[in-house]
Design a protein around this ligand. Structure first.
Ligand SMILES: NC(=O)c1ccc[n+]([C@@H]2O[C@H](COP(=O)([O-])OP(=O)(O)OC[C@H]3O[C@@H](n4cnc5c(N)ncnc54)[C@H](O)[C@@H]3O)[C@@H](O)[C@H]2O)c1
Length: 253
């Protein structure tokens, strides 16, 4: 029986590959035959991801995606060394929270750089240089935070809403090149990022209330990885400009 998710011979670029979701999606894609190009700023954890993958021809790059001006040079190097890609998954992100009165421009820019501008810059570089194979699929990791208001999250939620708006525009502009662009919007998912959030808010009523509305429970990184893999695959060939919410039902109410 053919593999539902067949990535044999496909090259997929994954940012944030040292993190919870990046690691889970890398493992899933490699198990289905993909050759992975991994990127993160955390070298130690990135090595852990690479070494744990099925197959041996995966590569990794250490880079701080907050340095937007350095991305173009890095992307030409990656293209020269790895050739054209079939997929991009942008998992790199930071979940900084800060009250509005402390959210100065420089703070907003730091969050937007990693969560949003680096994504657009990577897509720009890959598509401008035609550094992709026919059927390129782009998946950004957004957040359900893009769709509702929450205190201290002006920077984070705006960066995720911007990403969703961006893929809708990319979907239209890049359709003639056969490129698809979508986002997955996770709810609370058991990764380092969630642990970090829990350090500040685990006992609070608002946090408990937030999780109680995630009716199917807390997502595992593998739940998000499955949806990313689907959007990357040919099975999603008519899906572009879309947001796939993976939140245990939270956005239903
Ligand atoms: N965990 C959740 O509950 C949750 C919910 C909604 C959305 N998300 C989003 O999912 C994505 C993946 O997050 P995760 O939960 O796996 O968190 P994580 O913290 O485990 O992983 C994030 C990864 O991004 C990398 N990163 C951060 N800044 C970087 C930079 N400047 N340059 C390069 N790499 C950088 C980190 O080193 C880390 O490996 C993020 O975009 C996050 O906003 C997470």
């Amino acid at each position: 029986m053919p593999d539902f998710l067949d990535f044999k011979g496909k090259k997929i670029f994954v940012t944030g590959a040292a993190g919870g979701m990046g690691q889970a999606v890398s493992a899933l894609l490699a198990a289905h035959g993909a050759h992975l190009i991994l990127l993160d700023r955390n070298k130690e954890q990135l090595d852990v991801t690479r070494i744990g993958l099925e197959g041996s021809d995966h590569t990794s790059y250490v880079c701080d995606l907050g340095q937007i001006d350095a991305i173009e040079g890095l992307m030409s190097q990656i293209t020269k060394e790895q050739g054209a890609v079939d997929g991009l998954v942008h998992c790199a992100g930071i979940a900084n929270v800060r009250p509005l009165k402390l959210s100065k421009y420089s703070y907003m820019v730091d969050v937007m750089n990693v969560n949003y501008f680096s994504f657009v810059e990577i897509v720009r570089c890959i598509t401008k240089r035609k550094a992709f194979n026919p059927g390129l699929s782009i998946v950004g990791i957004c957040s359900i935070g893009a769709f509702y208001g929450a205190p201290t999250k002006t920077a984070y939620s705006s960066s995720k809403a911007a990403m969703y708006a961006a893929v809708k525009c990319m979907a239209v502009e890049l359709a003639e090149k056969g490129v698809r662009a979508n986002v997955v919007a996770p709810g609370s998912t058991r990764t380092g990022m969630m642990e970090q959030a829990e350090e500040y808010s685990a006992g609070t009523d608002s946090y408990k209330q937030k999780l109680s509305r995630q009716y199917l429970g807390i997502c595992e990184p593998e739940d998000i990885a499955n949806s990313i893999a689907f959007l990357l695959s040919d099975k999603a060939r008519m899906i572009t400009g879309a947001c796939l919410t993976v939140d245990g039902g939270k956005m239903s109410t």
